[in-house]
Design a protein around this ligand. Structure first.
Ligand SMILES: NC(=O)c1ccc[n+]([C@@H]2O[C@H](COP(=O)([O-])OP(=O)(O)OC[C@H]3O[C@@H](n4cnc5c(N)ncnc54)[C@H](OP(=O)(O)O)[C@@H]3O)[C@@H](O)[C@H]2O)c1
Length: 162
């Protein structure tokens, strides 16, 4: 099973200059809670952007064509490699970004865990289009901003329609 997890702005913004849009401790906790104990797969640019790596308590897999090894993570050379790993994993594998990699795995994903941040951001990468004919909202939770978290957000789970 393949899950996608991402935090996006009002216009599907994902990041800018190889950084996240903003720092939201509540979303980081949500990401950690959902992904810990699972395999996580990411593009090499997202790996480069991580302040601390590998992500602890998770099998870290980096998708790259140009690097033969990556310190602290397994390397996958193609999307097919990731699909094979996911098929062998007992638990869901999470695709954790970035834009290029989300696009590749959207047709293969079973669930989307989206944090919808209620704000617009300057961005240079965006989440791919979500076809409402293919996905249904299975869970949604509104979280209000507070002194540590600058924006209101929704934790939204979408499940592929069968
Ligand atoms: N908001 C969020 O939830 C979230 C999450 C993650 C990332 N982001 C943001 O997204 C941005 C990074 O996204 P990005 O699209 O620029 O890069 P990316 O998807 O993280 O990585 C792209 C790299 O992945 C490798 N790759 C892609 N397709 C491949 C394939 N089919 N086979 C083998 N390797 C493949 C290539 O690596 P090589 O060049 O090494 O060959 C490519 O350059 C950053 O701003 C980051 O902060 C946001």
């Amino acid at each position: 099973m393949i899950n996608i997890i991402a935090a996006i702005g009002k216009n599907s913004e994902l990041g800018f200059e190889n950084r996240l849009l903003c720092h939201l401790p509540n979303d980081l906790r949500h990401f950690k809670d959902l992904t810990t104990g699972h395999a996580v797969a990411m593009g090499s640019r997202t790996w480069d952007s991580l302040p601390k790596k590998p992500l602890p308590g998770r099998r870290n897999i980096v998708l790259t064509r140009s690097r033969s090894r990556v310190d602290g993570a397994e390397v996958a050379r193609s999307a097919e490699d990731i699909l094979e790993i996911a098929a062998k994993e007992e638990k869901a594998l999470f695709i954790i970004g970035g834009a290029e990699v989300y696009k590749i795995f959207m047709p293969h994903a079973d669930k989307l865990y989206l944090t919808k941040i209620v704000s617009e951001f300057v961005a240079d990468v965006w989440f791919p289009e979500i076809d409402p004919g293919e996905w249904q909202v299975s869970d949604i939770e509104f979280v209000k901003k507070d002194e540590k978290n600058q924006y209101d957000l929704y934790f939204k789970t979408l499940t592929r329609k069968r």
